[in-house]
Ligand binder design. Structure first.
Ligand code: FPP
Length: 244
């Protein structure tokens, strides 16, 4: 079935509100194609473009992509620098087009290890799309779920000590408000490419009730068609959130 036919099959009333994606397999794609790892990442950006376009086309509200994790610093300096630059350059290059498609960009993650000039560019990119009300594209950058929860703990403890919140009133809503993802609904659907079946520290609090989709496809090969097929599969699932 081609893309146009597949997209028609989507039940508009049951589109997940928030899809989160672990884009994995760029390195293996490069190995298979006998090219440098960096070219795998470059090819991965094309897949990001396709999936963002499809997301706007189907009227998705939130898309979160795992671009760079707190663990990714362990890679070679060359790869780290390349990835950071690739992500920022791609967003800067695409910002006008993203804007014309009403895409609102937000970064989630820690500013700590990133340079001041990088963080400045993050703010600039976000500011340009500030007023957009279409797809909310969350770029997880220097993101780690455990780090996010630790930072939330620190802020909550300070606010308890300052008398701003009452310790006995802390519930899951309050904790959610202290995460990087404040005001972003929890992901309904988490997709991971390249055959690995783990969360790798991605949205570990937020994905407590998410549905998961794992595919062997390597991220640079992830197509619009497969994205739609994944959503169709999601639409056939029954979500109970712990109830019967
Ligand atoms: C995992 O593949 C992929 C990454 C660590 C980077 C993902 C980033 C992009 C695709 C660029 C995103 C761009 C924008 C505009 C946000 P891997 O290197 O771990 O692959 P492997 O497991 O096969 O080695």
């Amino acid at each position: 079935m081609n893309y146009k036919e597949l997209i028609k099959k989507i039940d508009k009333l049951k589109i997940p509100k928030h899809i989160a994606i672990i884009m994995d397999g760029n390195g293996r794609w490069a190995r298979i194609h006998k090219t440098k790892r960096l070219n795998g990442h470059k090819k991965g950006v094309e897949a990001v473009r396709r999936i963002v376009e499809t997301s706007t086309e189907i009227g998705l509200q939130y898309l979160t992509i795992y671009a760079f994790s707190t663990e990714n610093w362990r890679r070679s300096r060359t790869e780290v620098n390349y990835l950071l630059k690739l992500i920022m350059d791609s967003l800067i290059r695409e910002i006008e087009e993203l804007n014309s498609n009403n895409v609102n960009i937000r970064f989630i993650g820690s500013e700590k290890e990133l340079s001041q000039s990088y963080n400045k560019k993050v703010v600039e990119v976000c500011r340009k799309s500030w007023n957009n009300t279409g797809l909310h594209l969350n770029v997880a950058m220097n993101y780690g779920g455990r780090r996010e929860i630790i930072e939330a703990f620190q802020k909550i403890i300070s606010d308890v000590q300052a008398g701003k919140i009452n310790k006995s009133k802390i519930d899951d809503k309050i904790v959610s408000n202290y995460l990087y993802t404040t005001s972003i609904p929890d992901p309904d659907f988490v997709i991971r490419t390249s055959g690995e079946k783990r969360l790798s520290n991605f949205l570990i609090w937020q994905s407590a009730y998410s549905e998961f989709w794992f595919t062997d496809t390597l991220w640079p090969d992830f197509s619009r068609e497969e994205f739609i097929r994944a959503i169709l599969d999601f639409q056939n699932r029954e979500r109970r959130f712990g109830s019967r």
